[in-house]
Write a protein that binds this ligand. Structure first.
Ligand SMILES: Cc1cc2nc3c(=O)[nH]c(=O)nc-3n(C[C@H](O)[C@H](O)[C@H](O)COP(=O)(O)O)c2cc1C
Length: 186
């Protein structure tokens, strides 16, 4: 019998009307059978200060505990200046420290991203993949879910209306679950 796969998802945006938060909300409705997706909001994670890395805030402690408890991670990243937003990088930095206490170690991880631009966060996603090398995450390579012209695919209520985008998210979730089970030897 397949056991439940628990995924923790977070978006690299604090914006209420975030397209990337919308992708995660859509994912809640598209998870495969025997899969649970919990969304974590990065709001409240303080700027990382290495002087204080041994006294993390409650929010960082909670974030690290949730990452550790999850079987897999799903990140929805915006693209800022051809890279990942500082909010996302800061959260990753906080959860990876102090040295030897990296919550992401050996976690299967998948990426998706939406932008009003024509490349749909492609450049940010490749920068994020670079971080996974030092984090020793097991990144899912395919499918790549890059959602360009997001304003045409997500409505004003923050609902993904585009069928092809929903299909890609469904495919990503199925692949992440298969990847997670493979890594666990299930
Ligand atoms: C500081 C900043 C830099 C941006 N740089 C890019 C960029 O390099 N590429 C891009 O496609 N969009 C860029 N944008 C537009 C974002 O894709 C857009 O604001 C998007 O809605 C952010 O994601 P969100 O909706 O999840 O908050 C930038 C926006 C900001 C605020």
């Amino acid at each position: 019998m397949e056991r439940t796969v628990n995924i923790l998802g977070f978006a690299g945006s604090l914006r209420k009307g975030s397209y990337n938060k919308a992708l995660l909300r859509a994912a809640l409705e598209l998870v495969p059978r025997d899969t649970r997706l919990e969304i974590f909001d990065l709001e409240g994670i303080p700027p990382f200060n290495q002087d204080l890395e041994n006294q993390p805030s409650e929010k960082v402690k909670e974030f690290k505990a949730k990452i550790r408890a999850a079987d897999a991670i799903l990140i929805a990243t915006p693209e800022y200046n051809y890279s990942i937003p500082g909010v996302l990088k800061n959260a990753i930095d906080c959860a990876s420290r102090p040295y030897g206490d990296n919550a992401f170690e050996h976690k299967p991880v998948a990426i998706m991203g939406a932008s009003p631009g024509m490349t749909g966060t492609a450049r940010a996603q490749y920068h994020l993949r670079q971080c996974f090398v030092f984090l020793t995450c097991f990144a899912l390579n395919q499918p790549e879910v890059m959602v360009p012209f997001a304003q045409e695919k997500i409505d004003r209520e923050g609902k993904v209306t585009d069928q092809k985008t929903k299909e890609k998210i469904r495919e990503l979730l199925e692949s992440l679950v298969a990847w997670t089970n493979k890594l666990k030897g299930a």
